[in-house]
Design a protein around this ligand. Structure first.
Ligand SMILES: C=C(O[C@@H]1C=C(C(=O)O)C=C[C@H]1O)C(=O)O
Ligand SMILES: NC(=O)CC[C@H](N)C(=O)O
Length: 870
């Protein structure tokens, strides 16, 4: 699109002033929680869309997406009279710690009180300020759904009995434990001695396992004189009964009544500094406003020339052919030269077992000629690289970006989005391939971490590896296993004739053994895959110092300690759930990594069609990455597997977890996975696994991430745009059963797109725990090394705007530049280093032994493959 057209895109005719005049306004103080957006959306749903909710962090910093400047304490006090009411949200930490609650504390002391609703941490802050104590629960309650007992009074008026989700480790101590059982029934509703101005409105009784008295947990209060209310439970959780929404309505009408009866006038406000943070119209408005400023940005002007301007406005060409039953994507990949450096294959290998998620495999072609976008966290540029070919040198271009965490920063995502915008192709309707050409690549865990918590990624990381690498793929093959169709396709300049190339590939496919004798190449791998050792034996044998391969697995005792450390952080209220992980390193003597099918044949000088070619003796064996991958996919088929060799990284993945898929119409779908049972003789059927997974501990683990993912989606899609069509469903994989939930979000038209969702939601919540920011910061202090490729994502964003990204788990990876010293006798060469990350969610109900077992179960799949084949 020409420059001027972008500049002049119209801002929608939203008359902010008139909109504002009819609006009620709520200020939401967010304590860096991962459920905030769920509450904002619920407020709009319960109170009506004409209630404007402005979200500000409790330390008075504006949201990442909000371009307006942070507030000073003076501005905060000065602007409060412009709001009808304030919500103090949930969050990590303690209400007694100033850094955790920030401006909450200013509210309780105002001379002209503003109506407030405190939720969880906000509730605790209210109780603590007016005399209540704060102590730890006997055992933290996270993702636990409990009945809330109330007397239908005050903000509970007319609200039916309901159950609500709890996320807390700390609780209010208003002397409830000192009240005798006889007087409890009456005293429980009276203002407690220690906090005489507070009136209890709701309780829950937590049954204890040891037969002692149930724990009395205060769930709701109001101030007897001032307009302050609080609830300890989470009204916004997907598992809180919708009947409970009445409490929010009641609170707001009480707040308005207070304003009316005390003559508290709501002052009109300078609209520059206040926005309806999650209204879809606001989200669109911000996105258009940012677009309108593009022409003034240096990075954007840089993008109008050189490599950044190459391949604009492509044409899509495709031949669609029948895909015979049982054709194996890896056999086809070999035929097309995949397996060496510069390979990308997204592989639904579990299609062989009829997995409905295993729909398509995508093979990128001519990756060695694809333009790459590479970004290393902390750099203030994005490198564009056009690899050389023949006697042509590699060409590079740097796009300078503003990588600072300040508002309005322009980052690598803007560069990617801009390149993609200029190369969009239309959707044609009807049956289409999953991918039509466009970006494919990977993103590391540290890339996500750097936006969430910049100080968690050190400046000096000892390497220059890309944290994001996207290659622009113009030629590709998609195998739609379910429709039985293959697409040979290209994105090219409108005047180029790509049909002969397409015809050539079609002919090659149709005349191949892969097509005519489906699955012929998989036999060798299936044999090795079948010789899987039991985990215990595997972990024992790798301890014996072998010649070529050396293994360093996590120490069970250390991992147990790490689990305990996580649980201590959870008991303190710092986190609700922490996804703890550990890395295993494997080193080996470097060897020939060129896969056999790409080696020159000894007899006729052409490429050798033979597949595995296994040497008989162990000493001369050197499994190529491709052989290792083929064994991995045979042993552990997965819907979101991948083989990627790009930008110095080698990624062999058998991921079962989709992070995010989206289409061009803005329907986004995330699939958090939490809750794992190892397959065994005792647990071999889905029904048995369901019994084990549908228990409070496992459901809570999943639910917490579901609520977090809902928040991530609401943040980009806007209020009232998220649904949960599939909650807590158990699925079967080759060595484990997993519980998953599907969370969908619908983006508003003409605003942000799937790439924005991806950028905002990294790192994947299922790999961090909740709340995300604090949890990542805690994990960073427990886990000694970078997670790197593990816990990041791999996938694609195609030229139509369809995307699909998997979480990089059950994966082994290597960086070309990572070397270990020689180890064996006579060894002189540095060793290559491979890594496997594994872990699981730690909650207050975890046991160190259980978590350690789970980590080793997940590790052993890829580990055994490496031991058997590398
Ligand atoms: C951490 C891993 O897996 C994550 C943790 C899970 C769990 O705690 O049950 C399940 C799937 C993944 O989101 C891993 O595979 O290494
Ligand atoms: N969800 C919350 O607000 C939790 C509050 C506090 N951090 C606790 O754990 O008790």
């Amino acid at each position: 699109m020409p420059l001027l057209e972008r500049q002049s895109s119209p801002v929608p005719a939203v008359n902010r002033e008139s909109r504002d005049r009819q609006c009620r306004r709520i200020l939401f103080l967010d304590a860096y929680d991962s459920f905030t957006n769920n509450i904002v959306s619920l407020l709009k749903e319960a109170l009506g869309d004409d209630v404007l909710v402005h979200v500000l962090h409790m330390d008075l910093k504006t949201l990442h997406a909000d371009p307006s400047p942070d507030w000073t304490p003076e501005q905060f006090l000065d602007r409060l009279p412009s709001f009808d009411a304030v919500v103090c949200g949930p969050g990590p930490g303690s209400p007694l710690c100033e850094a955790d609650v920030g401006a909450f504390r200013l509210l309780w002391e105002l001379r002209d009180a503003v109506p407030v609703l405190g939720i969880c941490l906000g509730f605790q802050s209210l109780v603590a300020h007016f005399g209540g104590g704060i102590r730890r629960l006997r055992r933290g309650l996270h993702g636990m759904v409990r009945p809330i007992e109330h007397q239908s009074g005050d903000i509970f008026a007319g609200v039916p009995e309901f159950k609500a989700t709890l996320y807390h480790s700390l609780c209010a101590d208003v002397g409830q434990d000192q009240v005798s059982q006889e007087s409890w029934e009456t005293d429980m509703w009276l203002p407690p001695k220690v906090a005489p101005e507070l009136v209890p409105l709701a309780w829950t009784m937590e049954e204890s396992e040891d037969g002692s008295e149930p724990e009395r947990i205060l769930m709701g209060v109001r101030h007897s004189r001032l307009p302050f209310w609080g609830v300890q439970y989470h009204p916004e959780s997907v598992c809180t009964d919708p009947g409970a929404h009445g409490v929010l309505k009641n609170w707001f009408s009480q707040a308005l009544k207070w304003n009316e009866s005390t003559g508290r006038q709501i002052r009109p406000m300078d609209l520059e500094n206040i926005a309806d943070s999650l209204a879809p119209s606001m989200i669109v408005e911000r996105s258009i406003a940012a677009d309108n400023q593009l022409a003034s940005r240096k990075w954007w002007r840089d993008m109008q020339s050189g490599l950044a301007a190459s391949r604009a406005a492509p044409t899509y060409s495709c031949s669609r052919i029948k895909l015979p039953d049982g054709v194996d994507a890896a056999d086809v990949a070999e035929l097309l030269g995949v397996g060496g450096v510069d390979s990308i294959m997204l592989d639904s290998s579990s299609t062989i077992s009829g997995d409905p998620l295993a729909r398509s495999s995508i093979i990128a072609l001519e990756v060695d000629r694809a333009l790459r976008f590479e970004y290393h966290v902390g750099d203030d540029w994005v490198a564009l690289r056009q690899p050389g070919s023949g006697d042509q040198e590699e060409v590079c271009q740097r796009i300078e970006i503003d990588s600072s965490a300040e508002h309005g920063a322009y980052d690598v995502w803007n560069v990617i989005a801009e390149y993609w915008e200029q190369r969009k192709v239309a959707e044609e309707g009807g049956q289409e391939p999953a991918f039509k050409g466009g970006f494919m690549g990977f993103v590391t865990y540290e890339m996500g971490l750097s936006t969430l918590s910049p100080e968690s990624v050190s400046k000096n990381r000892g390497h220059r590896r890309p944290d994001l690498c996207y290659a622009w793929i113009t030629k590709s093959l998609v195998l739609d296993h379910q429709a039985g169709v293959a697409y040979v396709q290209a994105l090219t300049a409108p005047d180029s004739n790509v049909q002969p190339w397409i015809d050539e590939i079609v002919a090659k496919l149709q005349n191949s053994r892969a097509w005519q004798q489906p699955g012929y190449g998989t036999e060798d791998y299936k044999l090795i895959a079948a010789k899987k050792q039991p985990n215990e034996l595997l972990l024992q044998t790798i301890q014996e110092p072998a010649g070529r391969l050396r293994f360093k697995t996590p120490k069970p005792d250390k991992y147990d300690d790490d689990v305990r450390q996580c649980q201590e952080a959870i008991a303190e209220g710092q986190s609700y759930e922490l996804c703890l992980t550990a890395q295993t390193t494997m080193t080996r003597i470097p060897g020939n990594d060129v896969p056999h099918h790409l080696r020159p044949s000894l007899t006729n000088g052409t490429t050798n069609g033979a597949s595995a070619s296994w040497p008989s003796d162990e000493a001369s064996r050197h499994g190529t990455p491709w052989q290792i991958y083929r064994t991995l996919r045979a042993r552990q088929p997965a819907p979101f597997g991948s083989f990627i060799r790009l930008a110095g990284a080698t990624i062999l993945s058998s991921s079962p977890e989709r992070f995010l898929a989206h289409d061009a119409k803005g329907l986004c779908s995330m699939r958090p996975m939490k809750g794992t049972v190892r397959k065994s003789e005792a647990v071999s059927t889905l029904a048995q696994a369901e019994k084990l997974l549908h228990i409070p501990k496992e459901e809570a683990e999943n639910l917490m991430i579901v609520d977090l993912v809902r928040h991530d989606l609401y943040g980009v899609c806007g209020a009232r745009s998220v649904t949960v069509p599939d909650l807590l469903k158990v699925e079967e994989y080759s060595s484990v059963f997993q519980m998953i939930t599907v969370v969908n979000g619908q983006l508003p038209p003409h605003g942000p797109n799937g790439l924005d969702v991806l950028a905002a939601a990294l790192p994947p919540g299922s790999m961090t725990g909740a709340p995300k920011k604090r949890s990542c910061e805690i994990l960073r202090t427990i886990e000694p090394s970078e997670r790197s490729i593990y816990s990041g994502v791999v996938g694609f964003l195609d030229a139509r705007g369809h995307g699909d990204w998997s979480v990089t788990i059950r994966t082994m990876f290597r960086w070309d530049d990572e070397k270990a010293p020689p180890e064996g006798p006579g060894e002189t060469q540095p060793r290559e280093v491979w890594r496997i990350g594994a872990g699981g969610a730690v909650t207050i109900l975890s046991t160190p032994e259980g978590e350690t077992e789970e980590m080793f179960t997940k590790l052993c799949g890829p580990l055994g493959v490496f031991k058997d084949v590398a």
